[in-house]
Structure formats: structure tokens, C-alpha cells
Design a binder for this molecule. Structure first.
Ligand SMILES: Cc1cc2nc3c(=O)[nH]c(=O)nc-3n(C[C@H](O)[C@H](O)[C@H](O)COP(=O)(O)O)c2cc1C
Length: 540
């Protein structure tokens, strides 16, 4: 309440100052003011108040001052009574208007008239203090407002424009712009204005310090070109790839499509990438000084028709791992993608338990220096999924799983019929993935909560979606499609929203909320249980 009182007093002072100037203007009296002509900038109220700048549209500026401070006062009072976000936003914008105009008027006095009116300067001073206090008190709301404005501009102007063009063209354009920005100071500006992170969202998992719970899923930065920019959008970790040992130019077109009604993307890339060796070079160059946030390398089997037997495919995956292991890349983890549904040249599947077992035994022998997370399919039955988990959970080098990959059922009501019929090939991301991803997170958490860390992925479009996955058992979240539909500000919006939801539920840190909808435990106990898993690898 104290903060509101101070703001009210300042607004009243502003109203009094502006009212006095208005009154004197209409009385045609110049208020008492020291005239000092010896300093470079004179204090001369007459010169300022009689100048043409003191009137706009035939009305003295002081009247606008009364209106400005009165609007501020109303916003403060309404906010103090109703505590609604809309009044906070109003107050922030109103104080910003005051600060901008005050800056302009100070420029006119100092820069053009070379004279200062102490009453006008007092008003500017009050405006600056109000703006400073509002920015400080409502720091979080200010960021939220900024993010909402970016979201509005992206969703109403930029996205409709982008969606007129070929999706792969737009993707390539965005990646090349992002790569460029990552090499300039603009990334620091973006980080300052866009990145919202919070202590409550930081976690240590498998010995890795995750700056935030939201990461970029595999498939967006498949050539590792965005490693220096993503943290400034609020990402807490990032995966590059999926990368294969043998380069692949991508499946025949169409490789990417949009399904706006289904809030989904059609994906048919089939591991388009320039190959492990070339990407390793990129990563060595871009990550000389390391990466701001944990970086993961997603590895899959090459989409190549020369890999005929299971052994060929296993050797191929091992080769890709070896390429990265031989370098000094400072990645924090690997992802093993066993679930790409778009491999048209390679018929070997690691879905079956026997193939998966052989693959994991071979990788185990590599004695990798970094932990592995396995990217799971979501189109398997519970029984099939659990049998895959049984195999995975035998290996200590696997720290967790990502649930999961793309949605395959073209007949599902989760996909708009007309939209899906436009594409004869491919599988689907976004909202259609969400229900099954959530079911499988819950299933896994129930059975393997002390053995496997879960990264929830599929259809996360806002903080609530992310929180649902967390409460079902996911410790971390990954996304792609939400960012394409909602905008690049989405990650910080999710961070902010998550923090609010945690506070509302009385959690001090995100780890306390993990799995709370599946196995409700007393607050804090969950965090402690999980913490046994986090840094202490012996338990895994
Ligand atoms: C354009 C695109 C390319 C993808 N490529 C890969 C990939 O190479 N490797 C992988 O593991 N997943 C890939 N995926 C799947 C995503 O990582 C993610 O599992 C899926 O899209 C669900 O998340 P979302 O709804 O947030 O997009 C791709 C997804 C999209 C949209």
C-alpha cells in the first residue's frame, strides 16, 4: 500500500504544478522565477512559457499535464482497489508516455530555448520519478506487457505475412537472421529486453545446470547455427540436430507444411542435415568459449539405403557419436533419436526391443563422456512403450527420456481433415501430439520416477501447457511448434507464467511441482526425492 501512496502523492504534486501553470497562463502572469543569464542555460520561466512550444493545438501544455497526471492517478487508484493486470499495464504505459514527453520538453528547454522553467522541470522530474518507480515496482508486469505486445505484433502482422510464403524458405530465413544476430551485440539487447528467467525455474539435472525449464527441441536448429542466440529468448537449454553420420539432403518435397486450424506442422525432413563431421566443425567454431545454456546434440541413424542390416545401422549411429566425442565441443548432453517416423531410405527400426537393446549395448561400450536422453515415439501402445522403457532403464548412461516425437495418426480428430488431406506424406507436430505425450509422461513417471528424468515435448503453446506436463512428471520441457505459432517471445512468457503458477500453488522451486498431479506428496518432499536423482549419478 505504501508504494501506491507514494505514487498517488507524486501524481497529486504533478497535478498541482500543472494546475498552477495553467492558472497563471490564463491570468497571463509569469510565475516567480529566478532569471540567471550568466550560466550557459538560464533559468528563465518567461522565455519558456511565452515560447511557441508552450502551446499545442491552441491549448497550453500545462493542461495536457493535468490530464496526464489525472490519468496516472486514476490508474493507480483503480489498480490499488482492483489489483487487475489491465490497470498495471495502463499505469506502465501512462508513466512511459509521461517520461517520453518530459524528455522531449527538457530537450526543447535545454537544446532549443537554452532556458529552463523550474515549474516545467519539476513536472519532468516528477514524471521521471513516477516512471522509475513504476518500472521498479511492476518490473515483472512491465516485461509481461512487452512480451504481450511482441506476441500481438507477431501473431497479427508478422505471422500472417510469413504464412504467405513457403515454410522451409521462412525457416531458412529465420535461421540465417538468427545466426547473424548471434554474432552481434543485438543478441545482448534481445537478452536484456526479452529474456525472463527466474531462480525458481533453475534446476540441476544429471549434473547439468539448466538455466530454465524450456528448451528447443531437435529439428529446428539441425545445422547448429543458433547456438549463440537462443538463450536471449529465454531458453534454458537447446538441442541441435538431429544429426546423422552420413549427410542427407532431405526427403522429396513437401518437407514442411502448416496446419493452422490443427495448430500443427507437417514434418517430412527425414533427418535433412549436413552430417556429423560438418556440424561438429560448426560447433567447435561457434562454441570456442562454450555455450550460455546447456547444449545437447541429437543423433539418429543415417537416412541412407546402403545401411541394410541392423549392424550397419548401429555402426552408423556409433560413428556419429564418435565424431563428436573426438572433438572438444562443450555440449552438456546427447539425445538419441530412436523415433524419427520419416526415414524413407532406412528400414531398420529401433522401436523393437531387441534392436534397441543391441543399439544401447553398443553405445554403452563407447563410454560417452556426456549423459544421454532418448527421444521416444508417441504412437506406441502403453505396453510397447513400457517394454522400450524396460530396455532403456537397464542402462545407467541413459539419464532420461524425451516424450516425445511426432504424431502419426492422419485419421485422428485432432487433425483437421481438410488440412491433413493436403499432404500425402509426413507426420505432425504441435497440438495433436499433446494428449498422448501427456499420457505417456504420466505413465513413465508412475513407473520410473526414480530412474528416468522426463523431458516433456509436444504441443506446448503456453505456460499452462508446460505446467500440465511438469505436474504429470516432466522435469523439463521442449518445444518447436508453439514458438512458430505464438512467436519468439513465447519462451519468456512461459517462464513468467510458470513462475506465477508455482507461486500460486505454493512451490518454491519447479522441482517441487514435478509429478505432483500423479503422486501428490507434501510440498518439498518431491523436491528432496528428486534431488537424489539430480546430481548424484550413482543413483541412476
Ligand atoms: C520442423 C520439425 C523438424 C523436426 N525434426 C526433428 C528431428 O530432427 N529430430 C527429432 O528428434 N525431432 C524432430 N522433430 C520433432 C520435435 O522435436 C518435437 O518432438 C515435436 O515437434 C513435438 O513438439 P512441438 O509440438 O513442440 O513441436 C521435428 C519437429 C519439427 C516441427
Amino acid at each position: 500500500m505504501k508504494k501506491f501512496l507514494i505514487l498517488i502523492l507524486l501524481s497529486l504534486l504533478g497535478i498541482a504544478d500543472a494546475t498552477y501553470l495553467t492558472f497563471e497562463h490564463y491570468r497571463q502572469v509569469i510565475p516567480p522565477c529566478t532569471v540567471n543569464r550568466f550560466l550557459p542555460i538560464a533559468s528563465d520561466c518567461g522565455k519558456v512559457l511565452n515560447s511557441s512550444y508552450s502551446i499545442a493545438f491552441g491549448v497550453p501544455l500545462a493542461v495536457f499535464g493535468i490530464i496526464q497526471y489525472s490519468l496516472l492517478l486514476i490508474a493507480i487508484i483503480l489498480l490499488a482497489i482492483y489489483r487487475k493486470k489491465i490497470f498495471t499495464y495502463w499505469l506502465i504505459l501512462q508513466s512511459l508516455v509521461g517520461a517520453i514527453f518530459s524528455m522531449y520538453f527538457m530537450y526543447i528547454q535545454i537544446g532549443i530555448l537554452k532556458s529552463i522553467c523550474i515549474y516545467c522541470t519539476l513536472s519532468a522530474f516528477i514524471s521521471f520519478i513516477i516512471f522509475f518507480l513504476v518500472s521498479k515496482i511492476f518490473h515483472k508486469e512491465k516485461i509481461l506487457l512487452r512480451l504481450n505486445i511482441i506476441a500481438f505484433v507477431y501473431q497479427k502482422i508478422i505471422k500472417p505475412f510469413f504464412f504467405l510464403f513457403d515454410p522451409e524458405f521462412i525457416h531458412n530465413l529465420m535461421v540465417s537472421r538468427g545466426e547473424l544476430i548471434g554474432k552481434t551485440f543485438v543478441k545482448n539487447f534481445l537478452n536484456w529486453k526479452l529474456n525472463y528467467s527466474s531462480k525458481k525455474l533453475k534446476q540441476k539435472i544429471a549434473g547439468i545446470d539448466f538455466a530454465g525449464p524450456v528448451g528447443l527441441a531437435a529439428g529446428f536448429d539441425y545445422e547448429a547455427r543458433l547456438t549463440q542466440i537462443l538463450y536471449s529468448l529465454g531458453f534454458g537449454f537447446q538441442t541441435v540436430g538431429t544429426i546423422t553420420n552420413i549427410p542427407y539432403e532431405g526427403n522429396p518435397y513437401p518437407r514442411l507444411g502448416r496446419l493452422p486450424k490443427s495448430r500443427s506442422l507437417m514434418v517430412n525432413k527425414g533427418f535433412k542435415n549436413i552430417g556429423a563431421k560438418a556440424i561438429a566443425k560448426n560447433l567447435v567454431l561457434s562454441g570456442v568459449e562454450g555455450f550460455e545454456i546447456p547444449l545437447g546434440i541429437s543423433i539418429g541413424v543415417s537416412n541412407n539405403q546402403n545401411l541394410i542390416s541392423l549392424k550397419d545401422s548401429i555402426d552408423d549411429v556409433k560413428m556419429a557419436f564418435s565424431v563428436f566425442e573426438k572433438t572438444k565441443i562443450k555440449n552438456s548432453y546427447y539425445e538419441l533419436n530412436i523415433s524419427c517416423p520419416n526415414l524413407i531410405n532406412n528400414n531398420v527400426s529401433f522401436y523393437e526391443t531387441s534392436g534397441l537393446l543391441q543399439l544401447l549395448q553398443s553405445i554403452d561400450r563407447l563410454k560417452l563422456r556426456k549423459p544421454i536422453f532418448v527421444k521416444m515415439p508417441i504412437d506406441k501402445s502403453n505396453k510397447e512403450f513400457l517394454s522400450l522403457l524396460e530396455v532403456i532403464s537397464k542402462f545407467n548412461f541413459i539419464k532420461g527420456i524425451i516424450i516425445g516425437n511426432l504424431f502419426k495418426d492422419r485419421k485422428s480428430p485432432l487433425l483437421d481433415k481438410q488440412e491433413v488431406n493436403k499432404f500425402k506424406v509426413g507426420n505432425f507436430s504441435g497440438k495433436p501430439c499433446e494428449p498422448r505425450s501427456n499420457e505417456l509422461i504420466k505413465l513413465t513417471y508412475k513407473k520410473y520416477k526414480n530412474k528416468l528424468i522426463i523431458i516433456g515435448c509436444g504441443g506446448v503453446f503456453n505456460g499452462r501447457d508446460a505446467y500440465t506436463k511438469i505436474k504429470l512428471g516432466a522435469s523439463l520441457i521442449q518445444l518447436i511448434t508453439g514458438m512458430i505459432f505464438q512467436g519468439p517471445q513465447l519462451i519468456s512468457q512461459i517462464n513468467l507464467e510458470l513462475e506465477e503458477l508455482l507461486e500460486k500453488d505454493g512451490y518454491g522451486n519447479i522441482r517441487e511441482a514435478v509429478g505432483s498431479d500423479v503422486i501428490p506428496l507434501k510440498k518439498g518432499i518431491q523436491g528432496r526425492l528428486d534431488s537424489r536423482l539430480r546430481g548424484n549419478d550413482k543413483l541412476l
